[in-house]
Design a protein around this ligand. Sequence first.
Ligand code: PXL
Length: 277
Amino acid sequence: MKRLLTIQDVSCVGQCSATVALPVVSACGVECAVLPSAVLSNHTGGFKSWSFCDLTPEMPKIEAEWRKNGVSFDAFYTGYVCANQIDPILSITSSAAKPGALKFVDPAMADDGRLYAGFGADFPRKMARLVRVADYALPNFTEAALLLGEKPVLAGYDEAYVEHVVKGVHALGAKNVVLTGVSFKPDELGSAVYDGREVVYDFNPRLKRQSHGTGDVFAACFAGAVMRGLSAAAAAALAADLVCAAIEATPDDHWYGVSFEAALPLVVQRLSEAKGT
Ligand code: PXL
């Protein structure tokens, strides 16, 4: 079994980040270790307030113990991290890497044209240093534009703009780019996967509601599926199907996340059917 380390916050309540990555990556049949970047009472998207404990000082201590114990990983999946954690993370993803270890970087910092609460305007420039070393970068449209130092364009774009965005993030250093939230028609929503040669699109019917934490469900499933041997395009399609099933399973009054738990059997089944996994 492959072993992946996810580096992102623990939001105690809210179905995002580490509390999503652990079950979703596990359902993919990949061991999931966790290095919390911070502990929050709850996520920052829609709650009135939150507590926040930045765990940067723990990072070098944890890295030192792992060095002593010979702990290493087949993959790293980073999500929501703090501004001063880029260097400690680059250090850990190098010192604790097995040969050929993959790096999945979800530059989780913004959505709907805006940075998440608590991130300064200079954060995208810092996050770009993680994207630079990514085997797979998974930005949404807002994050991709901010990484490129551009104003987010959220609607009314064409394939040429999508190509501009994925090629721009690729030029930052990411070997593969998985752009989420792509839509050319009102009734569809999907992703664009770029490997430096071609752009492959995947679309699902757009569901009526917008939900929190779907980017985290998508990224965790994508990383787990790639670790199980799926191509980037197949992993993106599976991750999107999981997100859709999770949204459909979510009761209308459940506002802070999606009920991905109900949809996990889909991942187990699809990965058990996939050839060579
Ligand atoms: O789902 C992204 C995310 C992760 N972690 C925290 C967040 C958010 C989005 O708001 O607040 C703490």
